[in-house]
Design a protein. Structure first.
Lengths: 60, 737
């Protein structure tokens, strides 16, 4: 809901915009992916993706 | 592909819907599927129709449309275990992953079938690593039976058949058939010898080992997921509870006349010796009445306890002569005394609450011959045992419907205190479901907290800066002494030295010194303690990894190089340390004002390491910019879930490091909500990069191990930034400059 409200007001938020708008408590710690998801929803590539593995074809 | 999680979310022919019937199937309806039908079929061991499908074996149900429903015994609480276990079964089953669904079993079903699904308890990062062998065998056995059924139908040897994505082929006759068509015949065949099955080499995995999307994201994302706290049953009452704020205290009296006549309120009830509950038609009315209810407490002997009395008690442990467990080689005390240079430090870590987003709750419904509970549980079998004990009914008259907990972190495992309470309250309302929900304040006031401890550290260096002796003395509270005294054998409790093991395998210290003494002195308090995600690895990693930086600096050596010099006998510890150092660019220049710290630790069989990058402003304000986490869990089952757990452990660990503490005042917890028990927000989340460096020769956990390295890496980076070590937590209480 906070993300939807943000995107309504600001269709292309920066990381700082997201940080300021998303003040919800997350105990499972998925903050990084929430930030990335808001960028995706805004149609912006985030470039903020975790590498996985030197075997690593698998990326998010 | 979806998660069925039928007992709590699916609206089906057996569902009933509370509220507008027009909303059935969506909208605001809260659906709850009755545990009948399929459940009874399983309980009787009947391999026939289960939701229109056929049970090929305990793990695999296949429907005519080729849907493969994989049964999951462990609890999913965000850590991704449900998806990982389904991947392992599906891998050996060779089914079509797009047609996989999952279903949870109940502990009653497990009991009725002689625990065919094994252990349900989900803690200690064991969900995958101690299930993987038998769930893979279960998937493989189902595949063998399905292929045999096709072979019988076609009258060809099973060895001539191949299978891919749930389609069985006989190349010679160019025939194919899908799993859904042969499942009924397969179920009638004898099960193969599980031990004789050769499992696939993990290097050949196609479904397991991959970054497959989770099965349980959609309903969490759109808000339709039903947690136990959301469940509504017909005629259900709601209860709010207050337990004596001073641990160990009791109810003296309460004045029920003060809440008489409130609308919807059914009354106030004493719960065991220490609690009072108010029951009403809605939880808000119950909670409001409870707040208006005057209660007198007998605070017993503990009202005088405080942070100061507890800290003094821990300090006494540094000079005590008792020994509650140790490991030693050489004579560390003598070596340090005679060393060219001595380094000494005292570290401390506080009590911490789990603070799950969904507070403790449980619905209990009792009749003369049946006890039922709806509960978010990490250990549904422990919930069942608690229900049986509290209700007085035998286990086979009890059943527990488990939901996915809204956070577990160790709080919802063995103790099940909320089940005991809910049953005690429901005894006043036979045949009526009563839902007990703890307020946030109650949840913070009556946790089983991460144990408090202090560590007295000493090291000796020779003229060349080599470590000649290391002495660690941990003085702190014991989880086992509180929760399971039988595990404290002969006064020894090595669990409090988790991560300092001599032996390899589970939680081995990755350093050698010619003289080493690591010892534990038990100093129990009146505060209840229990496992908190990562348990004792978190504190013990802070002590040894931050002190290691202090010693390296005293030796005039780089913290990474100093560690490497002690790790020759620990190749796996060293490999992951080297991997994060390389990924983080340990020797590369940083932007002005940014500093690095490094740490490594071994826990839950998994090797972890981290490099943190931080800056500290002139005013002492900390900013954590980046964390690189490295992990070797042996066999990665879902690489994206591993990365997610590493990111989550940064948030969980950093929250604790920055803000986490549970101050004790007048014998009770003083921090009772998120206004004082602060949780790190999105704006403070550093960039996290995860590298997975598997060695494919063991099975390690992933839910907990990486938390341990987060805090020491950050503290060591702060030390690098300010030149001062941080020896006590949380950071909000520490003046950095």
């Amino acid at each position: 809901m906070a993300a939807a409200a943000l995107l309504k007001k600001n269709p292309k938020p920066t990381d700082v915009d997201i940080d300021e708008a998303m003040t919800n408590i997350c105990r499972c710690g998925t903050y990084q992916r929430i930030r990335a998801a808001v960028h995706i929803a805004a149609g912006m590539p985030s470039g903020d993706k975790a590498d996985v593995g030197p075997d690593g074809k698998s990326k998010i | 592909m979806k998660n069925r999680n039928s007992k709590f979310t699916k609206l089906s022919r057996r569902a009933f819907v509370v509220g507008s019937s027009a909303a059935a199937g969506g909208g605001l309806a809260l659906g709850f599927q009755l545990p009948l039908g399929a459940g009874q079929a399983w309980a009787q061991g009947a391999p026939d129709a289960v939701d229109g499908g056929t049970e090929v074996n305990a793990w695999v149900v296949i429907k005519p449309d080729d849907t493969c429903m994989i049964r999951i015994a462990r609890t999913e609480m965000g850590q991704g275990t449900r998806t990982g276990l389904a991947q392992l079964v599906a891998e050996e089953l060779d089914c079509d992953w797009k047609k996989v669904t999952t279903d949870s079993i109940t502990p009653g079903q497990n009991l009725a079938r002689k625990r065919v699904w094994g252990e349900m308890g989900t803690g200690g990062s064991r969900g995958i690593r101690t299930s993987q062998d038998y769930v893979r065998r279960g998937g493989a056995a189902a595949r063998i039976m399905l292929l045999q059924a096709a072979a019988d139908q076609w009258k060809v040897p099973a060895g001539e058949l191949t299978v891919s994505d749930g389609i069985i082929s006989h190349a010679a006759s160019k025939r194919t058939i899908s799993y859904g068509k042969v499942a009924a015949a397969a179920a009638k065949l004898p099960a193969p010898d599980l031990k004789g099955i050769t499992l696939k080499d993990p290097r050949d995995w196609k479904i397991a080992g991959k970054a497959i999307k989770r099965l349980d994201t959609a309903d969490k994302l759109n808000g339709s997921k039903i947690y136990a706290i959301d469940v509504k049953l017909p005629g259900m009452l709601c209860a709010a509870i207050k337990d004596c704020p001073v641990f160990g205290g009791k109810v003296k009296s309460y004045d029920e006349t003060k809440i008489a006549g409130r609308p919807g309120v059914k009354g106030a009830f004493k719960v065991k010796e220490s609690g009072v509950a108010v029951v009403a038609d809605t939880w808000y009315r119950a909670k409001s009445a409870l707040e208006a209810l005057p209660i007198e407490w007998d605070d017993a002997a503990n009202a005088g306890q405080s942070d100061a009395t507890i800290a003094a008690r821990l300090r006494e442990g540094f000079d005590a002569t008792t020994n509650n467990g140790d490991r030693r080689n050489g004579d560390a005390v003598k070596a340090i005394e005679g060393a060219a240079k001595k380094v000494e430090a005292i570290y401390s870590t506080p009590f911490l609450a789990h603070a799950t987003m969904e507070p403790m709750n449980c619905i209990a419904k009792l009749s003369a011959d049946k006890a039922e509970a709806w509960v978010p549980s990490q250990n549904a079998e422990a919930s069942l045992a608690a229900l049986s004990e509290a209700s007085g009914l035998p286990l086979d008259k009890c059943e527990v419907y488990r939901s996915d907990p809204g956070g577990g972190f160790g709080r919802r495992g063995g103790t099940q205190d909320y089940v005991h309470q809910a049953v005690a309250i429901a005894k006043n309302f036979p045949n009526t479901p009563v839902k007990l929900i703890w307020s946030r304040e109650e949840d913070m006031a009556h946790d089983f907290y991460r144990p408090i401890s202090q560590a007295k550290m000493a090291a000796g260096l020779d003229e060349q800066g080599n470590l000649v002796g290391l002495h660690v003395r941990i003085s702190g509270q014991s989880i086992n002494a509180y929760l399971n005294p039988a595990l404290v054998s002969g006064g020894k409790d090595m669990r409090q030295l988790q991560g300092y093991d001599v032996n390899p395998g589970e939680a081995q210290l990755g350093y050698a010194a010619p003289n080493m003494l690591i010892e534990y002195v038990m100093r129990n308090t009146h505060v209840p303690v229990g496992p908190w995600r990562g348990v004792n690895t978190n504190q013990n990693a802070v002590y040894v990894e931050c002190f290691m930086d202090e010693v390296a600096r005293a030796a005039g050596k780089d913290p990474l190089e100093f560690r490497r010099s002690l790790m020759g006998n620990f190749p796996k510890h060293l490999a992951i340390l080297n991997a994060v150092a390389e990924k983080a660019g340990w020797n590369q220049p940083l932007p002005a004002g940014v500093h690095r710290g490094i740490a490594q630790f071994h826990g839950y069989a998994t090797y972890s390491a981290a490099v943190a990058e931080v800056s500290v402003s002139d005013a002492g304000k900390l900013k954590v910019h980046r964390l690189v986490l490295g992990v070797n869990c042996g066999h990665p089952v879902n690489t994206d879930q591993i990365a997610a757990q590493c990111e989550g452990s940064v948030a969980y660990g950093l929250t604790a490091a920055l803000y986490g503490e549970c101050p004790v005042k007048d014998g009770r917890m003083a921090s009772l909500n998120f206004d004082t028990y602060q949780i790190m927000r999105l704006a403070e989340m550093p960039k996290v990069e995860t590298i997975i460096v598997p060695t494919y020769d063991f099975w390690g956990g992933i839910g907990e191990p990486t938390i341990a390295v987060v805090t020491p890496a950050v503290l060591n980076a702060i030390h690098a930034a300010t030149g001062k070590p941080v020896r006590s937590l949380p950071l909000k209480n520490v003046k950095l400059v």
